[in-house]
Design a protein around this ligand. Structure first.
Ligand SMILES: *[C@@H]1O[C@H](CO)[C@@H](O)[C@H](O)[C@H]1NC(C)=O
Ligand SMILES: *[C@@H]1O[C@H](CO)[C@@H](O)[C@H](O)[C@H]1NC(C)=O
Length: 200
C-alpha cells in the first residue's frame, strides 16, 4: 500500500509537468505519411491505472516509464466476448485496475477484461465484478458457432453463448434492467506479442 501511494505521487508529478506543454500545443495534430502515431511520451495522458499496473509489476509492459498504465480501454462499454469466461469478485478484485492486472497475469488465455455490475448479489455482493475472456465482442452481422470437439484451452464456455452472436457492444449499466449507463464500468483489450512484450 505504501509503495502504491509513493508511485502514484511520482506519476502525478510527471503528469503535471507535461500538462503545460500539451496546453500550448492545443491544435489538431496532423500526421501525414506512414507515421500516424502519437508520441510515446504522451501515453500517460490517456492511461488508466498508472502507478498500479507498473513496469515494476509487469516487466514486459510496453509503457514509456514505470508509471505504466493501460491505454487500450473502453469506458462505459463492455467490449468482451464469451470464450474463456473467468470471474473474480470482491474482495479478490476491488477495482478496474485489479481486473486489468488479472488479465495481464494470464497472457496465455486472456486478451480482454470487463469491470461492471453483473447483478448477482449472492456472489458479487452488489459490487462491480471482473470477468476475463479470450474473445472480444463480435460485430452485429457476425455469429460464430464453436466446435467444442475441435477446440481446446478455452473452457469454460457457457452453452448459451454458443453460437456467439454478434451485436453492438453493450454499455455497462447500474441497474439490472440495463436502463442507467454506468460511467465507471470499463473494459479493456490487451495482448502479448511474440517477443513477450505486453500491451494494454
Ligand atoms: C489461464 O492462465 C493462468 C496462468 O497461467 C492459469 O492459472 C489458469 O488456469 C488459466 N485459465 C484457464 C481458464 O485456462
Ligand atoms: C444467435 O444466432 C443464431 C444463428 O444466426 C440464431 O439461430 C440464434 O437465434 C441467435 N441467438 C440469439 C440469442 O439471438
Amino acid at each position: 500500500m505504501h509503495f502504491v501511494s509513493t508511485a502514484l505521487a511520482v506519476c502525478a508529478a510527471i503528469s503535471a509537468a507535461t500538462a503545460t506543454s500539451l496546453y500550448h500545443r492545443n491544435r489538431c495534430d496532423i500526421r501525414r505519411g506512414e507515421d500516424i502515431f502519437p508520441r510515446f511520451s504522451e501515453y500517460s495522458d490517456w492511461a488508466i491505472c498508472k502507478g498500479i499496473i507498473t513496469k515494476h509489476r509487469f516487466p514486459n509492459l510496453q509503457a514509456p516509464n514505470n508509471c505504466g498504465g493501460c491505454v487500450r480501454y473502453y469506458r462505459g462499454i463492455d467490449m468482451t466476448g464469451v470464450v474463456t469466461e473467468v470471474h473474480f469478485y470482491h474482495p479478490k478484485v476491488r477495482n478496474a485496475c485489479d481486473c486489468a492486472a488479472k488479465c495481464l497475469e494470464r497472457p496465455n488465455n486472456c486478451t480482454n477484461w470487463v469491470w461492471k455490475h453483473t447483478f448477482m448479489p449472492d456472489v458479487d455482493g452488489g459490487k462491480r465484478s471482473c470477468t476475463l475472456y479470450s474473445s472480444p465482442n463480435l460485430p452485429s452481422d457476425v455469429n460464430l458457432a464453436y466446435n467444442l470437439d475441435l477446440s481446446q484451452g478455452f473452457l469454460p464456455l457457457d452453452p448459451k453463448n454458443n453460437p456467439q452472436n454478434g451485436s453492438a457492444a453493450p454499455l455497462t449499466f447500474l441497474d439490472a434492467a440495463n436502463t442507467i449507463p454506468d460511467r465507471f464500468g470499463v473494459s479493456g483489450f490487451m495482448v502479448q506479442d511474440q517477443n513477450n512484450r505486453q500491451f494494454c
